[in-house]
Structure formats: structure tokens, C-alpha cells
Design a protein around this ligand. Structure first.
Ligand code: CMC
Length: 429
């Protein structure tokens, strides 16, 4: 029983609610008994003050600009770890030993190919379909191809479904890309690491050999690592809400992919690069800053601002460094988009509007520049985010399924519509 209590006084009556503490972060008022005690609901659209679950996976301190995966700071993981090691950490809670990592790598590798029938499934899409539309459809369709891992009550099936998605998402996203450019699908290569295999599936063609540059592979691996999880964001909450009805894991992750596509969420990386290109040159920055501040204009600085970070997004700092490394490797340090991005960041960080609202660059501000330099079209950016985030969605979904307190998610509402009225015959309206 919690020691701390929150008191709510309503119409002369006082009600007590327990205050629960986590290991770090704000305490929460446990209002589960609020309705039964008072007949009232709370109102919090956008969940700005509501903890929807109890989790031990990822922690963000928005004021400090800190992001921890299972307690480990993101900058340490981005520098010293690898994406597959981070996947293991997120899924199982601890960093693997060398033997555990090798075993995990082998398990993932054995599942990288997709069912051959899926190739025909792709052919039903238009060639100009957005890769996110294809990825949403194909991930949902996995339930039709892998029936033997849809029983959420069987831990073995849950594990197989998880590994299948982590292994196949790069293949699915790369196939969406190949389909859009009219090139043959490239089968996965299990002798390559996770990031190199993805790059190979995207950029190799049967006519010639494609060698993955280790600097590019490292940058790709970092992009995957930095996007791997981000606690209860919109797509993760979508996955949890979908999973709360006991829907199969492929359906839940497809729901997460669909939510991620929005420009306020994962779609921001595509929107940010398009915006930087639209600005085009440093002298046009003031015009766009003015538009971002104008409340009559719907324009926002894409890649800026965050619901939780009220400080520099720690992922943006790593991403900026990576962007410089990749551009210098490719000999395009003077890339005009990077120059616009750096100058825009400088101006915005000194502008009172952005300072007052604590608006800083987020992860998407620089990721697009790297992906563009690697050779990806903007339409692939969010699909790459989906590949990276799959492990986070799965870790959160598994945590929820294993939680004895799990309940179907069912928010309540403040109803503001018409009250009970009688049906009127069409001739009398
Ligand atoms: N440009 C200009 N003004 C902004 C921006 C921006 N990018 N972001 C927020 N504001 C203003 C907003 O107009 C509001 O001003 P006021 O108080 O005068 O009305 C204030 O800042 C607070 O904004 P909000 O919309 O209430 O904040 P939120 O927490 O609901 O939204 C956000 C967070 C990320 C949706 C928003 O900052 C945004 O739309 N950013 C651009 C899109 C973006 O980069 N998204 C990627 C997020 S990180 C990756 C991910 O999680 O997927």
C-alpha cells in the first residue's frame, strides 16, 4: 500500500487516492477508483498528464534532455553498442553476454526472408504507392502468412512472432523501395550485419556487386538505435491499445506503423527534409521563422519541438554528429541542406518564440539529411523509422501481455452531443 495520499475534495466530501512512485520520474496519482468512489472521470485529451501504463523499458527526462533504454543513456549506446544488442536489451532487460548476442543474432538472421508468396502480394500495389502504405499493409498481412505465431497466450509463439518482425521488417521495407523503383527484390544476406543487410537489400542490383561502406553501415545502425524505443509515444500507445484487446501481434504492429506515418510523429523526418529543401538557402530562413511564429499560418518548423523534451533532444545531438561524418565521407560537407539546417537551428534557438516554448531540434531534424546522403528518397524515411521502432513496439507489447494488471484499453469521454431525442420521420424534417 502506498504511503503517500492525494486528497480530492468535492462538494464537501474528501476522497483519498494513493500516490505511486517509480524508480525515477514524477509520482502518479492512482485514480483507478475515482469513478467508483465519486462518479466522475478525469479529462486529459492528448494524455498530457496521464500515465497509461507501468513500464520498465525506456525513460525520458524531458527537462534534462535524457533518454535511457533500460537505464543506459542513449549516447553511450549510440557510440558503443549495436542495434541488435540494443534490441536484445530492450526485449530482455539486460545487455547480452557475447554468447547470448551471438545466439540472438542467429535467431534473427534465420527469419530475414519473407514467405515467397509475399512477392505476389506486393504486385497488387501500384508502383507509386507510398512505402508506408505498403509496409502498413504487408505487416498486417503477416498474420495471414504466419498463422503459427498468432496465439498471444503461447509464450513460444509470442517470441517467434517478435523475432520474425524484427528480422523481416528490413526486408519488407527494402522490398517496398525496390518495388517503387521497378528493380528486382534483393534477398537478404545473412553474412551481413543488420544495417549492412538492409542497405544491401535496398541498393544492390543483380547486374553488379554492391559493397556496403562501413561508415554508412555504422550511420544506418545508429539511426536504427536512436529510433528503437521512446516510451509511450503515439504509435507505441497505439500498439498497446491494439494489443489490449488480445489482437494478434502482427495486427498490433501494423497499427503502430499506421500511426507512425503522421507528420506530427514519424512522418516528421520526411516533412523536415522537404521543408529544408523548400527553404533552400540561408537568406530565406527569416521568412520561414516568421511563418512558424504566425498563428494564422499552419506552417510549423518540422523537426522542431517535442511533447516530452523541453531541452535538446539527445538523439538530435548524435544525429547531427553522424550527419557531419556521413557528408564528409561522401565529400559533400558543403551540402546546402545541412547548411540551412545548422543556420535554422542557430536562429531558432536564439529566437524568443522558440526559447519561451522550449522548442529544440528533435531526432528528425538531422536524420533526413543522413538518409538523403545515403541515397534514400524522402518517401522511405518514415519506413526506416518503422523498421527501427519495431523492436520498441514489440518490447512494449510483450511487457503489456505479461502484465497481470492488463485490461482492455477503454478511455471514457466528456459527452457534448445531443441528449436523448425521438426519431423524426424523413417527411417531417
Ligand atoms: N514550430 C512552431 N511552433 C511550434 C512547433 C514548431 N515545430 N512545435 C510547437 N510549437 C508551438 C505551438 O504552436 C504552441 O504555441 P502556443 O503555445 O503559442 O500555442 C507551443 O509551441 C506548444 O505546442 P503544442 O502543439 O501544444 O505541443 P505538443 O506537445 O502538442 O506537440 C509536437 C509536440 C512534436 C507535435 C510539435 O512540437 C510539432 O508539431 N513539431 C513538428 C513536428 C515534429 O517535428 N514532430 C516530430 C516529433 S519527434 C519524433 C517522433 O516522436 O515521432
Amino acid at each position: 500500500m502506498s504511503e503517500k495520499l492525494a486528497k480530492l475534495t468535492l462538494g464537501g466530501e474528501t476522497y483519498d487516492f494513493p500516490v505511486l512512485s517509480g524508480t525515477v520520474g514524477p509520482d502518479v496519482i492512482d485514480i483507478r477508483s475515482l469513478y467508483s468512489k465519486t462518479g466522475l472521470f478525469t479529462y486529459d485529451p492528448g494524455f498530457t498528464s496521464t500515465a497509461a501504463c507501468d513500464s520498465a523499458i525506456t525513460y525520458i527526462d524531458g527537462d534534462k534532455g535524457e533518454l535511457l533504454y533500460r537505464g543506459y543513456p542513449i549516447d553511450q549506446l549510440a557510440e558503443k553498442s549495436s542495434y541488435l544488442e540494443v534490441c536484445y536489451l530492450l526485449l530482455y532487460g539486460e545487455l547480452p553476454t557475447a554468447a547470448e548476442l551471438e545466439d540472438f543474432g542467429n535467431r534473427v538472421t534465420r527469419h530475414t526472408m519473407v514467405h515467397e508468396q509475399m512477392h505476389y502480394f506486393y504486385r497488387g500495389f501500384r508502383r507509386d504507392a507510398h512505402p508506408m502504405a505498403i509496409v502498413t499493409g504487408v505487416v498486417g498481412a503477416m498474420a495471414a502468412f504466419y498463422h503459427d505465431s498468432t496465439d498471444i497466450n503461447d509464450p513460444v509463439q509470442r517470441e517467434i512472432a517478435s523475432i520474425r518482425m524484427i528480422a523481416k521488417l528490413p526486408t519488407i521495407a527494402a522490398m517496398a523501395y525496390k518495388y517503387s523503383v521497378g528493380q528486382p527484390f534483393v534477398y537478404p544476406r545473412n553474412d551481413l550485419d543488420y544495417a549492412s543487410n538492409f542497405l544491401h537489400m535496398c541498393f544492390a542490383v543483380p547486374a553488379e556487386e554492391y559493397k556496403v561502406d562501413p561508415v554508412i553501415a555504422k550511420a544506418m545502425d545508429r539511426i536504427f538505435t536512436l529510433h528503437a524505443d521512446h516510451e509511450q509515444n503515439a504509435s507505441t500507445s497505439t500498439v498497446r491499445l491494439s494489443g489490449s484487446s488480445d489482437a494478434n501481434p502482427f495486427a498490433c504492429i501494423a497499427a503502430g506503423v499506421a500511426c507512425l506515418w503522421g507528420p506530427a510523429h514519424g512522418g516528421a523526418n520526411e516533412a523536415a527534409l522537404n521543408m529544408l529543401r523548400q527553404i533552400g538557402s540561408v537568406d530565406r530562413i527569416p521568412e520561414f521563422i516568421a511563418r512558424a511564429k504566425d498563428k494564422e499560418d499552419p506552417f510549423r518548423l518540422m523537426g522542431f519541438g517535442h511533447r516530452v523534451y523541453k531541452n535538446y533532444d539527445p538523439r538530435a545531438a548524435v544525429m547531427q554528429e553522424s550527419a557531419r561524418e556521413v557528408l564528409s565521407l561522401l565529400g559533400v560537407e558543403n551540402n546546402p541542406t545541412l547548411q540551412v539546417a545548422q543556420e535554422l537551428e542557430k536562429i531558432a534557438l536564439e529566437d524568443q518564440y522558440f526559447v519561451d516554448r522550449k522548442l529544440y531540434p528533435n531526432v528528425d531534424f538531422y536524420s533526413g539529411i543522413i538518409l538523403d546522403a545515403i541515397g534514400f528518397p524522402t518517401s522511405m524515411f518514415t519506413a526506416i523509422f518503422a523498421v527501427s521502432r519495431t523492436v520498441g513496439w514489440i518490447a512494449q507489447w510483450k511487457e503489456m501481455i505479461g502484465d497481470p494488471q492488463k485490461k482492455i484499453g477503454r478511455p471514457r469521454q466528456l459527452y457534448n452531443g445531443a441528449t436523448n431525442r425521438d426519431y423524426v420521420d424523413i417527411r417531417q424534417r
